[in-house]
Ligand binder design. Sequence first.
Ligand code: HEC
Ligand code: HEC
Length: 336
Amino acid sequence: MRALLPALVLFALSAGFSGAAQAQRKDRQGKEVVDAVCGACHASGKDGAPRIGDANAWSSRASQGLTALTDHAINGIRKMPAHGGTAGVSDIEIERAITYMVNRSGGNWVEPLGGTAPVAARTSEAIVKGQCAQCHQAGKDGAPRIGDRTAWTPRLAKGLDSLVASAIHGHGPMPARGGMPDLSDQQIRGAILYMFSYGLPAIPPQPPVAAADPHHKLVSGIDVYFGMMRAEAMRAAQGTTGGPKVDVPSGSGYYHLNVALADNKSQAPVTDAKVTMQVSDGMTVQSKTLNLVAANNAVSYGNFFRFSSGSAYNITTEIQRPGASPVVAKFEFKAP
Ligand code: HEC
Ligand code: HEC
């Protein structure tokens, strides 16, 4: 069997370092700064300050991008005093406070990390928050926005490798290596996947289970990796992982079935497909559309199905890519 998507491996390697990167942070989080300083005017909208929660007031300002807004908040603009009128608010705290206010007002920005973690210790998250977000947060100069699947999917369709190459060389307003010359190709790859999958429901890593070994099929040039996880195990693991969650159904016998798809030639993840799955034991049929989900910064398609213990099931996955004929991959599963 082929190795899993390289992104899964990459994430597993980098995840171990994030503790170290976090330990270096002393700056306050956005909410604390807003509660202590900015809220004095921005909670009520005093003197025409954009009010927290007012999506209209913030969205027009947010389109300037975090860098420009931070600049205005640090130096002051019109009735907005420099540093919110309070000494001792660091630049990174200002950035986080703005991000917090934008997000409380209908935005979807990631809070910047700041600090200077050693190159090798930078996770995809740290790279994106510390660097790429400067432009990819608000979509400056047409940069595809973080978590905006509509903007990223057609670019990813060219293949992840060519996208990595494009980011390495840069073009137009996109600087070479995103303006961080010391990033490795792997780190750029991870950052791109992070920006694509940001905001997708996270599912915990799926440990190989003897009875449900992930299967692999190659059909019409698409590698299909099949995996499954007991709902009980997902519930247990969710308490320990951060980020958005999948709604795990209550009741017994549920499994989360998922398929990760990759173009066989380029090994780029396939992210533009509509995927349906049919699960049948010969008597009953469950048919569902699979949702895009994020697992460890990679993407796959999944949904929950219910199984009776001891029965054997045929699993038929239909993959429909735009402009292509549907592709079918079949798997089998016997519920323990
Ligand atoms: C004394 C009142 C006051 C405090 C305290 C304050 N602001 Fe403001 N802020 C304003 C006003 C008034 C404006 C609107 C200025 C304008 O556009 O005319 C504003 C505008 C802004 C803008 C939009 C700038 C732009 O370019 O459109 C940002 C960003 C901002 N504030 C951030 C902050 C942050 C971060 C803090 C806390 C560290 C903070 N403010 C604290 C009064 C305040
Ligand atoms: C100074 C602003 C800026 C920064 C910083 C930046 N980008 Fe970009 N990026 C852009 C813009 C603008 C585009 C859109 C360019 C276009 O399509 O013409 C873009 C496009 C891209 C693309 C799509 C390329 C393609 O061929 O479709 C990738 C991938 C990318 N950026 C990755 C990154 C990564 C990773 C980082 C952080 C390490 C980063 N960028 C940092 C501005 C930036």
